[in-house]
Design a protein around this ligand. Structure first.
Ligand code: 0O2
Length: 197
């Protein structure tokens, strides 16, 4: 039986929810361990979701793929998605290492858009994992400032009514992204000073 609102995934929703739940449990235990060890929670918040039917169909169309369960689960890798928002840059890489060592998942692909920011200024660390049961999952790791920036840029991109000032908006967004990146590095340095004082 398909679940209302998730038609494209057919009967796979219960298994997808299991994978999502399992990843949430892993992330919570990594979080607890690091909080106990360092006296500071490395995660500001995290969100876990199954991509909505509408967004998945839109992504299939964008990729010129048929709107099928096969496309959604085998050709597109973010039907299951988790976004982890950290306060500091080094927390991103620490959590990445723990995620890479999780039992039951293998890494299919990683993209470090923090060390290699996209030309528009987008920064985030992306991992595609595959569960033993065969489901792909995209994990995005970012700082709070990267997350704020990405939300604004995403909003602008999908706001079709914007007709003027597009060059100015893009260049201001890029400038902000670079300023925020520089602030993230300063915050990291201050944290290190505090921890070692
Ligand atoms: P949505 O609507 O957020 O889900 P992939 O999409 O992973 O199969 P791709 O394009 O090589 O293939 O992946 P990439 O570059 O790792 O990007 C994956 C996701 O990262 C996107 O999913 C966005 O969520 C986010 N992202 C990537 N680039 C940008 C950007 O420039 N700005 C913002 N705001 N987010 C970005 P979707 O499905 O494209 O979008």
């Amino acid at each position: 039986m398909t679940e209302i609102g998730y038609d494209i995934y057919g009967d796979k929703i219960p298994e997808m929810k299991e994978v999502l739940q399992d990843l949430e449990t892993h992330i919570s235990s990594i979080r607890d361990k690091l909080t106990k060890e360092n006296g500071m929670d490395p995660i500001e918040h995290f969100l876990a979701r199954i991509k909505s039917d509408e967004s998945m169909r839109e992504k299939c169309r964008r990729r010129n793929l048929p709107e099928t369960q096969e496309s959604a689960l085998q050709e597109i890798f973010d039907a299951i998605g988790i976004r982890i928002v950290c306060a500091f840059l080094d927390d991103i890489y620490t959590i990445r290492d723990y995620l890479a060592g999780m039992n039951g998942y293998k890494i299919i692909r990683e993209k470090d858009y923090i060390k290699n920011a996209k030309p528009n200024g987008y920064r985030s660390y992306h991992m595609i994992l595959q569960s033993e049961s065969g489901f792909y999952c995209e994990i995005q790791l970012r700082t709070i400032s990267m997350d704020t920036w990405a939300a604004l840029e995403h909003h602008m991109r999908y706001k079709k009514s914007i007709t003027g000032n597009t060059d100015l908006i893009s260049s201001e967004l890029k400038r902000c992204a670079d300023e925020l990146a520089s602030t993230d590095i300063s915050m990291q340095a201050i944290k290190k000073l505090i921890m070692t004082s």
